[in-house]
Design a protein around this ligand. Structure first.
Ligand SMILES: NC(=O)c1ccc[n+]([C@@H]2O[C@H](COP(=O)([O-])OP(=O)(O)OC[C@H]3O[C@@H](n4cnc5c(N)ncnc54)[C@H](OP(=O)(O)O)[C@@H]3O)[C@@H](O)[C@H]2O)c1
Length: 311
């Protein structure tokens, strides 16, 4: 190849790389700072699993604020009733409750519990939010993790999503929206959170495939980093660890965004998406080593606390 030929190739590759980067940057700015979902949710029906705390409760407030009728799926009747009272008093919307314990219920029991409450109505938005972490929310080496965790994680994080979606999708508005709560651990599988991360990868694969099966619908696999909740044990919200209501608002705002949300997989909260994009530049082995070190430290701290509590 002549010298000119070589520099032409380098130049062309540079231009292509530049255009790819530009598309990413423009997409990021558009999705997070320019686009705002302007759907009128007044009178629409939104079904949310795990709605009694954390991110699910954040979604319940956000959709109620936008005028939607909310179907709260809860395992604890009293918590569900308290949330219903709070939402109806604050937003004057209609709230119903379906009681389901996803760890125990069969697919048929889940279906019956939901359909009894939804009745003949169409569902416009389904939020598959329910999810749990390891026992005590603690990291574990895979071989030391209580084996009972495997069944619980599969039942609550996977079986719930399949059963609820199968029961509700046929009675959804054909232009409805499905939001599936995944996690950044799906993109960067975290050592010592191996099983949890694997359940979240399942959610992303499921969301992605479903999106193209039902092209008129909006299907998202939402992958937050940290959000203040019981699961993360974050006590004080910061920019990187927002309040659940702030996080839920970002998610609802991004629904329908035509550009900048690749395959519907996003945190939807800009600081998280920015960090995840930058992490893609870090060598994988270095990143995983840091992640393992951090989670290993957290695990030791939690074990020490548990020991002190026992004494
Ligand atoms: N928070 C984060 O930083 C973060 C990060 C990545 C992904 N996520 C994902 O986001 C989702 C919500 O997480 P979160 O942090 O908001 O969790 P959370 O605060 O612990 O809330 C979990 C919700 O699920 C309900 N729930 C738990 N087990 C249940 C069961 N067996 N049957 C029925 N309901 C059950 C809880 O009910 P009770 O109120 O009765 O306990 C609660 O309403 C999860 O899928 C999680 O994996 C969260």
């Amino acid at each position: 190849m002549s010298c000119c030929g070589f520099s032409c190739v380098v130049y062309t590759l540079g231009v292509i790389l530049g255009l790819v980067l530009l598309k990413k940057v423009v997409g990021f700015i558009y999705a997070h700072f320019i686009y705002k979902n302007s759907t009128n949710y007044r009178g629409k029906n939104v079904l949310i699993t795990g709605a009694t705390s954390g991110i699910g409760e954040g979604f319940a407030h956000e959709f109620s604020r936008r005028g939607a009728n909310v179907i709260v799926v809860a395992r604890n009747e009293e918590k569900g009733q308290n949330l219903k009272n709070t939402l109806e008093t604050k937003y004057k919307n209609q709230v119903s409750i379906a009681i389901v314990d996803f760890e125990k219920a069969s697919r048929e029991e889940i279906k019956q519990a939901l359909l009894n409450v939804v009745g003949n109505n169409k569902v416009d938005v389904l939020v598959n939010n329910v999810g749990i972490n390891n026992t005590n929310n603690s990291p574990f080496p895979f071989t030391e993790q209580p084996e009972s965790d495997f069944d619980k994680l599969i039942k609550v994080n996977l079986h719930s999503v399949l059963s609820v979606t199968r029961a509700i999708m046929p009675i959804m508005n054909e232009r409805g929206t499905i939001l599936n709560l995944s996690s950044y651990t799906a993109q960067y599988p975290t050592p010592l959170m191996t099983v949890y991360a694997a359940t979240k990868s399942f959610i992303n694969a499921f969301s992605l495939a479903l999106k193209y099966e039902a092209p008129k619908m909006e299907v998202y696999g939402l992958s937050p980093m940290w959000v203040k909740s019981d699961m993360t044990m974050v006590r004080r919200a910061t920019l990187m660890k927002p309040e659940a209501t702030v996080y839920a608002r970002s998610c609802v705002d991004i629904i329908g965004c035509p550009f900048g949300v690749s395959y519907g997989l996003t945190s939807a909260y800009w600081p998280h998406d920015l960090v995840v994009s930058l992490l893609a530049l870090v060598p994988e082995s270095f990143l995983m080593k840091q992640m393992k070190g951090f989670l290993s430290g957290l695990m030791k701290k939690m074990q020490k606390k548990a020991e002190e509590k026992k004494q």
